[in-house]
Design a protein around this ligand. Structure first.
Ligand SMILES: [Zn+2]
Length: 97
């Protein structure tokens, strides 16, 4: 499924704390940039989060700039994008569009 930029922007606005949604070119998965507090995520490990929406993988980051630098590369931080099929069976809270 493909989304237009306008669709992704509109969907990002509907999600609490979501600053950007993108379809990752390398993995084809939907990825999101979130501000942890407004998104009701645990802020202990950082105020920003990147989320592989397709698989539910979440990684926290200290700054928005760091989070943005990871957004386009979920294969570096999402266990399922990294090819862990066990993780794939266990994932929960999939928030794909
Ligand atoms: Zn993933």
């Amino acid at each position: 499924m493909r989304y237009t930029r306008a669709q992704l922007r509109a969907e990002a606005r509907r999600r609490a704390g979501c600053k950007a949604l993108r379809v990752c070119r390398s993995t084809g998965t939907l990825v999101g940039l979130y501000e942890a507090g407004p998104a009701n995520l645990d802020t202990d490990d950082g105020a920003w989060a990147t989320v592989c929406e397709t698989h539910g993988g979440i990684v926290m980051h200290q700054t928005r700039a760091i989070a943005e630098s990871h957004l386009s590369h979920p294969e570096e931080w999402c266990p399922v994008c990294q090819g862990d099929s066990e993780e794939e069976k266990n994932y929960e809270n999939v928030r794909a569009l």
